[in-house]
Design a protein around this ligand. Structure first.
Ligand code: FES
Length: 138
């Protein structure tokens, strides 16, 4: 078992981030983290960037294809930044797990959708602009 920080992508649910060292937002504010934190990926949480369970209420569905995420981890900080009205910016020191398989990112950082509308989940494809996704708090 790796002791690197990692992100698990749940079917029809949030990102589960394990071992994260830093979470910040576009205002450069440090956000609270615990050893395991659930981050919204449906776009509907009232407590963004955290999951509040709303994905169930809105019927968010996304069965992530385990081949969809092709991602080599690098050394460095395990840091996620919540971008303004856009995706999670993830340092490539954080492994991405889909169906319990480690996926490696060649992009540093890489970007995970948090608006729920990407056609290339779990990655951002720019759809947040099209749907007018907004998160005033972050
Ligand atoms: S955050 Fe969802 S497509 Fe960019």
């Amino acid at each position: 078992m790796s002791d690197r920080a990692n992100i698990g992508v749940l079917d029809d649910g949030p990102y589960i981030v394990d071992g994260l060292k830093e979470l910040s937002n576009s205002k450069d504010e440090d956000l609270e983290i615990s050893s395991k934190v659930a981050l919204c990926r449906c776009g509907a949480s009232s407590n963004k960037p955290y999951c509040d369970g709303t994905h169930k209420k809105i019927g968010f569905t996304d069965k992530v294809d385990k081949d969809a995420a092709e991602h080599p981890v690098t050394e460095g900080e395990s840091r996620i930044c919540v971008t303004q009205n856009g995706p999670l910016e993830v340092s490539s020191a954080i492994e991405l797990k889909v169906k319990d398989e480690m996926k490696l990112s060649e992009d540093n950082p890489y970007y995970l959708c948090r608006c729920g509308a990407s056609e290339n989940k779990p990655f951002c494809d720019g759809s947040h602009k099209r749907i007018g996704f907004s998160d005033d708090k972050n």
